[in-house]
Design a protein around this ligand. Structure first.
Ligand code: ATP
Length: 508
């Protein structure tokens, strides 16, 4: 059995080999943590974006979309707190010269302790069988309690030091936990420094008039500064939402795990404006609604979980992540944040413009509260891609790699394959292609044996292979092969659009 690390390596190479994701500027040895989407990747990415957009904008009468520019007035980032507070604590190992995020080192250490606890629980569950009471075991087993207390203490000490900006104490926690550098294996750590994650550039042609502007680190601020324009021109009534998808940039220090953490990535965000005092209701509504969206894709529900934050960002009064089980463990996929009136009030203060809403029901004006849902498109891509990647041993002893991508998101929906490239079969195939291609992304292929063509389509996740054979020329029927079960059925050509269409809807 291959271990998770090997499987992840296979996933990354499959993404390259089959035209999903390439390293950026590969001919120059690549640019770290920057990636390009290739011919199939771009289709999958577009389909995810479209499904998100439909679910948020088209299916909600009170949500509209915008597309704000990446460049924004520099004061935006002062008001949002990003200039002063969008920092990561950095630490270097003097021996390996490798740089780490201090919080990631400590989180990894805590995850190891959690792993030890889980092992104890598993062992005990086996020993006690059906009579096992996990909650009681966790509360009373001396070793587990010891681990848990230690972990709670470290967490409390570390995050309170971070909150206070006490970087010496942050370093001391790393020393006291005896955390070693994974490369050099030593504890020869430098001091901890804060590092701002925003990329900056200059706008203006002559250096004297140039002003520093930032590449947006989140798309949300483009929504906030447009909130009143949209509310007025769209005659929106609270509660209402504004959605946006687009690029964001962060100078991430620890860039690893493929497209999980990139320096240029795409976000899909929705800011929901509500009456102050109702934000917790809406926060819970959006937590649930977003989880339902994920489940509607039909990926295993046990691969998702919520992680409620104890440590809140400067703008939030409640926050939770939807985590997904990637091949390297459960990690954040989406964030749902109750952002209070922090952003709108800050923009009101810095711009000197009123950003209030007149509520006709209450007959009063106020700055709305905001609940945000924010998901990384690239991370969603990785969640789908890694979950879809399957190495299968078949009954006849052969092997296949198949991407079990949810059918409605698959890059290519159907492949049209004449059994042989003669006897009028290609002409029939072309007719079918002409019938389907206006509604579905299809591929026509006549080269190589049919078996090889099936394998190629499996490897890019095509849900349907339509094979044209000699019988087709007699009675206008074809075989349609299901990617996952590999079963084939004979169907009439005229029924193809409805058969394909029926599988391409979300599960509610
Ligand atoms: P992390 O803790 O992983 O750095 P974050 O909490 O900073 O993420 P948010 O600011 O809440 O992330 O951004 C919302 C979403 O954007 C995340 O849930 C994630 O899916 C995505 N995202 C954030 N940073 C990156 C990145 N560097 N590369 C790819 N996606 C990202």
């Amino acid at each position: 059995m291959a271990n998770q690390e090997d499987i992840f390596k296979n996933i990354v190479s499959h993404a390259k080999e089959y035209g999903f994701v390439f390293q950026s500027s590969e001919i120059y040895d690549g640019l770290s943590a920057v990636y390009d989407y290739a011919q199939y990747g771009v289709e999958l990415k577009k389909n995810i974006r479209e499904y998100w957009w439909k679910s948020m904008v088209q299916y909600h009468e009170n949500i509209v979309g915008i597309d704000a520019a990446i460049f924004m007035h520099p004061t935006t980032w002062k008001a949002s707190g990003h200039v002063d507070a969008f920092n990561d604590p950095l630490i270097d190992n003097r021996d390996s010269k490798k740089r780490y995020r201090a919080d990631v080192l400590v989180e990894d250490h805590l995850a190891k302790i959690e792993g030890k606890i889980n092992k104890e629980v598993e062992k005990a569950a086996k020993r006690f069988g059906e009579a096992f009471d996990e909650a009681q075991f966790r509360a009373t087993n001396t070793r587990v309690v010891e681990y848990q207390t230690k972990s709670d203490e470290i967490r409390k000490r570390f995050f309170s030091a971070l909150d206070r900006g006490d970087l010496e104490e942050v370093r001391q926690v790393i020393i006291d936990c005896e955390i070693v550098c994974p490369i050099s294996g030593t504890r020869n750590w430098t001091e901890v420094r804060q590092f701002n994650l925003m990329f900056s550039t200059a706008m203006g042609s002559v250096s004297e008039d140039a002003s520093t502007i930032y590449l947006r680190p989140e798309t949300a601020q483009g929504i906030f500064v447009n909130y009143l324009n949209v509310q007025k021109t769209g005659r929106m009534k609270i509660p209402f939402g504004i959605a946006q998808t687009g690029k964001a940039f962060r100078n991430e220090i620890v860039a690893r795990q493929f497209i999980f953490r990139m320096r240029e990535f795409e976000q899909m965000e929705m800011q929901f404006f509500v009456r102050p005092g109702t934000e917790m209701e809406w926060y819970n509504y959006w937590k649930e609604t977003r989880m339902k969206w994920h489940h509607s894709l039909g990926m295993p529900v046990e691969k998702y979980r919520f992680h409620d934050h104890d440590k809140l960002a400067h703008y939030a009064n409640a926050a939770a992540d939807i985590e997904f089980e990637f091949p390297f463990g459960f990690k954040e996929l989406e964030g749902i944040h109750s952002r209070t009136d922090f952003d709108l009030s800050a923009h009101q203060k810095y711009s000197g413009k009123k950003l209030q809403y007149f509520d006709p029901e209450l007959n009063e004006s106020y700055v709305p509260y905001v609940v945000e849902t924010s998901i990384g498109l690239d991370r969603m891509f990785l969640a789908i891609f890694s979950n879809a990647y399957t190495e299968e041993k078949l009954e006849d002893g052969s092997e296949r790699v198949v991407l079990k991508i949810p059918a409605m998101l698959a890059p290519v929906k159907a492949a049209i394959l004449p059994l042989v490239a003669k006897d009028g079969l290609p002409e029939k195939g072309r007719e079918i292609m002409e019938m389907l291609k206006y509604d579905y992304m299809c591929q026509y292929e006549e080269k190589d044996s049919i078996g090889r063509r099936y394998r190629r389509q499996d490897a890019i996740g095509t849900p349907y292979c339509i094979t044209v054979d000699h019988q087709t020329t007699v009675d206008n029927t074809v075989t349609i092969r299901d990617r996952d079960t590999m079963e084939q059925h004979r169907v009439a050509i005229v029924d193809l659009p409805s058969i394909i269409g029926s599988k391409l809807r979300p599960r509610s």
